[in-house]
Design a protein around this ligand. Structure first.
Ligand code: FE2
Length: 352
């Protein structure tokens, strides 16, 4: 579908993204990549940093051997930097680290600690083709709307989610860690991915109960496919105690989860909602799997994003990971309806 060559429009786009993250001609930008990274994006970051006048270098890890029983995709837990812990602290000297490892180091145990002590910041671009990035941009007003939704979520005590398909979920937010993703990483210690446009909470342990119905048309980002038959997840105190459904999606879900042979494979991790008006549900149908890493599917406006797998907040570890954006749900945070049947409805403009 794509000719993977440099386009001037993409250099400008990456330049804008770096400037939004506070990169200037005085900045030091560190690229973290691996030998299997999308070379096009590595080159675009180099050229964009150069156009700004920033100094830039790259750390390219040799992609390590596969040690997992099943393939991993779109899980934010790159193992590309394993064994490089001795050199990673040098990255803390950077004004911005750009993560271009295939799966990204958002949840990995390597990059974050190396940067955290020095307040370093990182943006994860992951394995997205620049054409997707080109469409799913956020305006300054969109970024401000995400920030307002985040502030409201961070102060809330309960989230409830229902749908005509049968979802009926209650999440106690006491002890939660809320976050937001805007593609703008300009504060010390900030880490996030681009493109952005979602707010997310990581609930504390034992706070999630109810049923999630993954309806036909909802997306499993691990498999990068739309569901074709409904699947119901029955959840008791964060644990998925039953997976109901006889379609291929339910069979894949069960088989993939079981392949890890891990006690915490079927536990909840995070929940949130998409707010990016230019990210589109239907886009996944247009790309080969190698051309997207599923960030657009997570960010399209009005989806309720279900995250299954590891959670440092709930103190559970597993390599199993599913992000599942649901359509047509109604999401309430305390007494505020933030998504009404799949439409974002918390004030999208600053009332002031
Ligand atoms: Fe996730």
């Amino acid at each position: 579908m794509f000719a993977d060559r440099i386009e001037a429009k993409w250099i400008r786009m990456f330049q804008d993204a770096l400037v939004r993250c506070g990169v200037t001609e005085k900045s030091l930008v560190g690229i973290v990549a691996e030998t299997q990274s999308r070379e096009l994006n590595v080159h675009l970051v180099e050229l964009a940093a150069g156009m700004i006048g920033a100094r830039c270098f790259k750390l390219v890890a040799i992609t390590p051997p596969v040690t997992t029983p099943v393939p991993t995709r779109s899980n934010g837990t790159s193992m590309a930097l394993i064994g490089l812990e001795a050199v990673l602290p040098a990255l803390a000297a950077c004004d911005l680290v750009v993560d271009l490892t295939m799966e990204g180091c958002l949840h990995s145990p390597h990059l974050r600690p190396a940067l955290a002590a020095a307040g370093g910041r990182a943006i994860y671009i992951l394995n997205e083709h620049p054409e997707g990035l080109e469409r799913a941009w956020l305006s300054d007003a969109d970024v401000a709307a995400v920030e307002r939704n985040y502030e409201m979520l961070a102060a809330a005590r309960q989230m409830t989610v229902v749908s005509d398909a049968g979802t009926d979920l209650t999440i106690d937010l006491a002890g939660q860690v809320a976050t937001r993703v805007t593609g703008v990483v300009d504060r010390p210690g900030a880490m996030g991915h681009w493109p952005g446009g979602l707010v997310v909470t990581y609930p504390a342990a034992g706070c999630v109960n109810g049923r999630i119905v993954v309806d036909a048309g909802d997306i499993n980002c691990t498999f990068k496919r739309y569901g074709d038959r409904p699947m119901t997840l029955v959840i008791e105190n964060d644990i998925i105690v039953e997976v109901i459904g006889d379609g291929v999606d339910a069979e894949l879900f069960r088989a993939y989860s079981a392949a890890w042979n891990e006690a915490n494979a079927l536990t909840t991790a995070h929940f949130g909602w998409g707010m990016n008006p230019r990210a589109k549900w239907e886009s996944l149908a247009m790309y080969d799997k190698r051309d997207t890493n599923g960030i657009e599917a997570r960010a399209f406006a009005g989806n309720f994003l279900v995250g299954i797998g590891a959670s440092s907040v709930a103190k559970r570890d597993t390599q199993n990971h599913f992000d599942i954006p649901l359509r047509n749900t109604t999401v309430k945070v305390d007494d505020i309806t933030v998504v009404d049947r799949g439409r974002v409805c918390f004030p999208a403009v600053d009332a002031a």
